[in-house]
Write a protein that binds this ligand. Structure first.
Ligand SMILES: O=C(O)CCC(=O)C(=O)O
Ligand SMILES: [Fe+2]
Length: 860
């Protein structure tokens, strides 16, 4: 349940303002100089501004108490030479005390007191600044550390007010703030629970029978437990794909409730449709002050919406209280209330708000963060429901975990790493981030290039913050503003192509042209829409070369008479033609056939590909090859960088261009030197070497084979081979397989060598081994079976029509470009050529090829 639990915070008194040890002796102790102690956390403020503030406070020593000084988003503030040098340049010494005073060290209070004494004794004279992770002191362990400082220190907590200004909070005030915040939150939640009891489920149920609710509640309680420490890595991966719900127990007493199929396909479809109709996503404009002083304006590509009966919210991650930035929440409706109630049962919690995130495709992401905003309480429980494209939910520990974990062979091994957990968020999945999930972990939704389908995420939260205005107050406040937003509604034709209405801030700069506005929109609308123009709803098309504000003024829409009005404009298509690259929506009969054959994990894979089908096959042009030595090292490099969390180039960079498609478990990559008109390699996204393949990986190989076959459904009218090269590959190379069209028309003639040709065209048991066969070998333990390589000297023949070419690879290559025999006929053509036997050489010589008598014909 969502009561604050855990170490430090739980031990604090709830209601009364805290009298700290230090606060009892606030007066300056006699005969001694009062040392100034500041505390500060990390925030999205440039390093230059940090330095400027520290220097104006005359700080002499920065004591970094972050257990992991390289965690979080603020790379510029990570421990390292760079940061130390920058601090030294303003006369501040840097010392890392995270190993002695970090978050992990907070157990033994007496020991901590000694260490703090030691720190103060060794510190140079002058002001010191304790540097923690969290921006707000009352959410950071530095508040507790300050409780342990001996008397005679004037402690002030620093907090960023905006991207330049800092405000100071006395230690007593910060402690009181914390207590009041917890008390208010707990009282509000208790009231909310009480409300539920009083109303009974009747008003909330909305059509759901009592029995169903009881079943849901029982199910949540009876969830099978999957403990991270006592489950081996390969078991863990398999279990997360078996379609069952689990209570995931993670280190630091953390819980995730994982319901991969919380909703049926049909329910999820219906909910997605309802949200499309009822919720308009708002894309806020962010302003960033660059170090040079230039303000950059960016429209957030992630759409957002909030519904809540009680409160209005500021935009998440934005600490400015600029009222014009406020997004007025919408009220709950019967559908949203019923949904929230259902999620509450599964989450073992109560909520009062739903926040929406809309990701138009795999290039829209959410970066590493934890949800610890004001108003969410000290240890929030957040339930997250996913609709649409399957995306990865990445979860990682804030610190390294030291302890024993079960290995794949059943033994135990010592772990000493940051823990990474990835859950595939399917259409209709619910993941409840339970106790301690925000305190000790970060989460993100990384980029997934090759995903063209949109995704909508709903997070259910309990939110209460004293002094924060209610919706009504915010609306009244908004009346005094002279701003407006634009609601852009796609015309019916665009709506059919999955464009949905969006709300945007009007540009602040009056010089912004309609053209520029449209360019910003390109990032928000579904890809492949073609050109659009803006029109007033009544039909007046705005001039492309006119500044938008002038135009609005002419239309009598600006200056606005009431505050924060929303002006309705329409998006109209200009061109009729569809862009290539738009993904095909229809479900092929073969996909349906696969769903009949597959087991539960395979079935999920089929659904994923159905829901988020690959786009057009479009290999990158030019020099985009990922530079790395060794045969498949480039694959390793690509998969290591797939998450895209750290990459700024989402969808445009070198690595992104190598991705044709990906699902939660596998990805399909373009080859730098394709050997056929369609040629991809498919590989698991988790690192897996050939030499590590064992029986437990057989199901994964079967799924990889299925993935390859599913892809071939979208790759055009060719006949395909999907398989692993039998030729000796480096043992430590990443497991990968080829998806290859059997025309064997390499875009560059030189790329298809004789060896490749023989490998790809000889019988199924030779050149490429089917993944299903490899999986069977692993099951039976016959892992060393390798088919014999075809003879390099074999007489070459076209695998399609059987025409013989002796040893002239070049003639064969030229022939392949013209041959119009069916690609699927390669097996028969091989047999035909084989039966031609010794006649072949004579025939070829007659045709003018110089085969030479020494050529042995050894066709298999
Ligand atoms: O989209 C998601 O699954 C995560 C959203 C999230 O983390 C957030 O809104 O804080
Ligand atoms: Fe989050």
């Amino acid at each position: 349940m969502c009561t604050p639990t855990g170490d430090f915070f739980a031990s604090l008194p709830d209601a009364k303002p805290r009298a700290t040890r230090w606060s009892r002796k606030e007066e300056k102790p006699e005969g001694r100089e009062v040392r100034k102690v500041y505390t500060l956390g990390t925030w999205r403020v440039s390093r230059e501004v940090y330095l400027w503030q520290l220097s104006s406070l005359d700080v002499k020593l920065l004591v970094d108490v972050r257990g992991n000084p390289k965690a979080g988003r603020e790379e510029q503030l990570f421990k390292g030479k760079d940061f130390t040098k920058a601090l030294l340049s303003i006369g501040v010494r840097y010392e890392w005390w995270g190993d002695r005073l970090g978050e992990e060290q907070m157990e033994d209070v007496e020991e901590l007191r000694c260490r703090i004494k030691g720190l103060l004794a060794s510190a140079c004279p002058g002001a010191i600044c304790i540097f923690g992770h969290m921006h707000e002191p009352h959410k950071c362990h530095r508040l507790q550390l300050c409780d342990l400082f001996p008397p005679g220190h004037a402690i002030q907590h620093l907090m960023w007010q905006d991207h330049r200004q800092i405000k100071m909070l006395s230690h007593v005030d910060a402690s009181n703030l914390y207590s009041r915040w917890v008390t208010y939150f707990n009282d509000s939640m208790a009231r909310e629970k009480q409300k539920r009891c009083e109303r009974g489920s009747a008003r909330w149920r909305c059509g759901r029978s009592k029995q169903i609710e009881e079943v849901l509640q029982r199910e949540a309680k009876a969830l099978p437990v999957l403990s991270w420490e006592s489950t081996s890595p390969s078991d863990w991966e398999e279990k997360l794909r078996d379609g069952k719900a689990y209570r995931l127990k993670l280190p630091w007493d953390t819980e995730l409730l994982w319901y991969p199929h919380f909703m049926s396909e049909t329910e999820a479809d219906e909910l997605e449709e309802t949200i499309g109709e009822k919720i308009t996503m708002y894309h806020p404009t962010y302003f960033f002050q660059t170090p040079s002083g230039v303000t950059q304006e960016t429209v957030n590509r992630k759409g957002q919406a909030r519904i809540c009966d009680d409160f209005n919210f500021g935009i998440q991650y934005d600490n400015s209280r600029d009222k014009s930035q406020l997004y007025v929440s919408e009220k709950m409706d019967s559908w949203s209330r019923a949904l929230m109630h259902r999620v509450e049962h599964a989450s073992e919690s109560v909520f009062n708000a739903i926040w929406f995130n809309h990701y138009r495709d795999g290039t829209v992401t959410i970066h590493w963060h934890s949800d610890g905003n004001e108003g969410l309480g000290p240890d929030p429980i957040i339930a997250s429901l996913s609709l649409g494209a399957t995306r990865d939910f990445a979860f990682k520990s804030k610190r390294e975990w030291r302890g024993l974990r079960k290995a794949n062979d059943g033994s135990m091994f010592h772990s000493n790493n940051i823990i990474h957990i990835t859950l595939p968020l399917f259409h209709g999945s619910l993941c409840v981030m339970g106790k301690n999930s925000q305190r000790h972990w970060l989460h993100a939704v990384p980029a997934m290039e090759g995903i063209h389908r949109e995704r909508t995420n709903l997070t259910f939260r309990f939110w209460a913050l004293e002094g924060f205005e209610t919706i009504d107050a915010a609306e009244a406040q908004a009346d005094t503003q002279r701003q407006f937003r634009l609601r852009l509604t796609p015309s019916q034709r665009l709506a059919q192509r999955r464009a949905r209405p969006v709300i945007l801030d009007a540009p602040r700069d009056a010089k912004t042209t309609v053209e520029e506005m449209l360019r910003r929109l390109e990032n928000l609308l579904p890809p492949g829409l073609g050109e659009v123009v803006l029109a007033q709803t009544e039909g007046d098309i705005l001039q492309n070369d006119q500044p938008l504000l002038d135009e609005l003024e002419r239309l009598g829409l600006w200056p606005a008479t009431s505050a924060m009005p929303i002006i309705n404009l329409q998006l109209l298509p200009v061109a009729d033609e569809e862009k290539s690259g738009e993904c095909r929506e229809e479900v092929s009969p073969v996909l349906t056939q696969h769903s009949i054959e597959a087991d539960s994990a395979g079935l999920q894979l089929v659904r994923e590909v159905q829901l988020s089908c690959p786009g057009a096959y479009a290999p990158p042009h030019g020099d985009v090859e990922v530079q790395a030595n060794g045969a498949s090292h480039w694959i390793q490099e690509v998969i290591q960088n797939l998450s895209g969390i750290q990459r700024k180039s989402k969808g445009k960079g070198r690595i992104s261009q190598m991705v044709y498609h990906q699902c939660s478990e596998f990805c399909a990559l373009y080859l730098a030197r394709p050997k056929s008109s369609v040629h991809l390699v498919i590989t698991p996204k988790r690192p897996l070497r050939f030499c590590d393949l064992g029986r437990c990986e057989a199901p994964l190989l079967r799924r990889l084979g299925l993935y390859g076959r599913l892809l071939t459904e979208f790759l055009g009218k060719h006949a395909f081979k999907v398989g692993v090269q039998t030729r000796k590959l480096p043992r430590d190379s990443q497991v990968f397989a080829h998806v290859l069209s059997m025309d064997l028309v390499a875009p560059d003639l030189n790329d298809l060598t004789r060896r490749h040709f023989l490998e790809f065209t000889t019988g199924a048991a030779h050149g490429l081994i089917a993944l299903e066969d490899l999986a069977r070998d692993l099951d039976t333990g016959d892992v060393h079976r390798r088919a014999a390589l075809p003879s390099e000297e074999a007489c070459l023949h076209c695998h399609r029509c059987g025409q013989l070419f002796g040893d002239s690879m070049r003639q064969l290559l030229l022939h392949l470009r013209r041959c119009d025999a069916p690609e699927a006929g390669y097996a028969e053509a091989g047999a035909r050529a084989a039966s031609a036997g010794g006649l072949a050489v004579e025939l070829l010589e007659e045709m003018g090829f110089c085969c030479g008598r020494e050529v042995r014909i050894e066709l298999t």
